[in-house]
Design a protein around this ligand. Sequence first.
Ligand code: PEP
Ligand code: MN
Length: 264
Amino acid sequence: KLASRDFQQKNTIIDVNGVKIGGDAVVVMAGPCSVESREQILETAHAVKAAGATVLRGGAFKPRTSPYSFQGLGEEGLKYLAEAREETGLPIITEVMGVEDLDLVCEYADILQIGARNMQNYPLLKAVGRTNKPVLLKRGLSATIEEWLLAAEYILSEGNYQVMLCERGIRTYEKMTRNTFDLNAIAVLKELTHLPVIADPSHGVGKWQYVTPVARGAVATGADGLIIEVHPDPAHAWSDGGQSLTPENFARLMDDVERITHAI
Ligand code: PEP
Ligand code: MN
């Protein structure tokens, strides 16, 4: 298998406009769940950059559980993201939800995010496999590590080797947290695959106060990067406010990550 350590021993390093993912440094991607306005994404971009993030996240096409929830700003959101990249120099990661949006999203995104709900959307995986954009593949809501690696294989086998795997929590019987962040998966993947492994503790726990502790655990376990939801005013966020960090709390997370990286 193309993703396996048997096929390639040395870690894959993905270079996104000079940001190296999978190398020695832990790369932190941060930003709001959804792009809500020009002001909101610009303010957040400046704040996460000041704290040390090197990639800006923001959803323009949102896979919401309810069709009545905010669905994202679409292309308008992509334009604001591009403006934030221009102002800050941060490359941007944003979700592509369907093959029909792929060309449009590719015009703006530096990294394509495949959401948990689309991990087994094979036509989409094949289509991103034919682009030259790095892809962050989130783990499906109830996917085994094996199914997840095979989903990555769909992208790799089309010729796109710039794939990173993102643990974002799985469904379990536990209800105190939104999902159960699977720290085991990080250790297992670091053994099985050369692809970069990214941790998303925001969706992994679903409550802001647990995001930083779990982020620390993920980094200590060997994650190559983090993706963190940050919002200037979480209480009024249009999506995932309950799990979003304020810029101040995000800066503390960055300090912790820095100290853990030096310790391991
Ligand atoms: C997100 O990143 O905002 C998101 C919808 O993530 P997931 O696909 O992991 O639920
Ligand atoms: Mn979200």
